[in-house]
Design a protein around this ligand. Structure first.
Ligand code: ZN
Ligand code: ZN
Length: 334
């Protein structure tokens, strides 16, 4: 929606601020909130009327389209599940929540920003198989296209700039270097891509929705400093590689930068893979605990509860089970 609104203003030869004052009146503030997440009804109705676009289509340009898919109800404050936060204070963006694929920006008649680029799970572009970006590669500032025109020149030159222009240094974000997305295993990339297209087309199977719920439980766990330390150690020894830790100061997985989120999701996919063996291995090693796996997890799938339910045993019995399994494996190998 925000991208569309700026393009409408420019197509009318006006700066977005003057266009909005003009069309919606001085009393209506727009850019002091995350309009893609919390577009007020009056804005949807106005856009529907003025552009002769069906209201449903207008609503589809906002993140509300993912209600019931990624999150249950739109929360008026706080961080929405699976949605990258923008943290808008006095119209200055403090976090790198708007992602983009440089290859997608090059397509079509003019660059524009897609609704799905705010999904925290969308860390690579499945179409071009490249990493998404979340900042200008030249100056490191986040994408804030409604500020491209601020205080610079007259209406005409301000409106000529493509939406892919960095508001701070003027670099064309479409020229950002495409970097191939590298997955720890191919199976993950295929399943991840299918999940992304299922989300976009609202065609997730029941199993995929359940996978998504479990993945979110895992990413939450991985972003908790106290809980995740042993788990990261365990996975590092398993994969024989150094894993970047989340930014624990941010509290939410969704607020992490793209590189960290990409790594965290891969860890989560691994825990879900070869179900339930990988998770069980982590649990036997003492890297995850029964109560953490269930903590604040509403609507967990039966297959998850069934396996995690078996992990409700004390340390001694777990150690016995571990020895037993190790012995079985050794004798099988023999
Ligand atoms: Zn792309
Ligand atoms: Zn820049």
């Amino acid at each position: 929606m925000s991208s569309w609104l700026v393009r409408i203003a420019h197509a009318n030869g006006e700066k977005v601020q003057s266009f909005c004052h003009h069309e919606f009146g001085q009393k209506h503030q727009i850019w002091n909130r995350d309009i893609d997440r919390l577009a007020p009804d009056w804005l949807l109705t106005k856009l529907c009327e003025k552009t002769a676009t069906p209201i449903e289509r207008v609503r589809q340009t906002t993140l509300k389209r993912y209600e019931g898919i990624l999150f249950d109800h739109t929360a008026l404050s706080g961080v929405e599940k699976w949605i990258t936060p923008l943290r808008i204070y006095h119209r200055t963006r403090k976090s790198h929540g708007l992602q983009f694929c440089p290859e997608c920006l090059k397509e079509g008649n003019e660059p524009y920003f897609r609704t799905q680029w705010r999904i925290a799970f969308h860390t690579f572009c499945p179409k071009h198989n490249v990493m998404m970006h979340d900042r200008c590669p030249c100056c490191g500032e986040p994408v804030v296209f409604q500020r491209i025109e601020l205080g610079k020149g007259n209406e005409e030159t301000a409106c000529d700039k493509p939406l892919s222009t960095c508001f701070n240094c003027g670099f064309d974000l479409a020229d950002s270097k495409p970097e191939k997305a590298i997955f720890w295993n191919n199976d993950t990339s295929a399943r991840w891509g299918q999940l992304l297209s299922g989300i976009q087309e609202n065609k997730l199977t029941r199993y995929q929705s359940e996978q998504l719920a479990v993945l979110h439980q895992f990413v939450k766990l991985l972003c908790s400093k106290v809980v995740s330390e042993k788990l990261f150690d365990f996975m590092e020894s398993k994969f024989r590689m150094v894993l970047e830790r989340p930014n624990f100061g941010l509290r939410h997985f969704e607020a992490n930068d793209i590189i960290r989120r990409f790594g965290i999701i891969q860890c989560a996919w691994w825990l879900l893979s070869e179900w339930p063996n990988n998770l069980k291995g982590a649990w036997l090693d003492g890297a995850v605990r029964y109560n953490h796996l269930l903590k604040d997890f509403d609507g967990m799938p039966d297959w998850y509860l069934r396996e995690v339910g078996n992990m409700n045993i004390n340390y001694k019995r777990r150690e016995m089970l571990k020895t037993l399994l190790m012995n079985t494996n050794t004798s099988e190998k023999k």
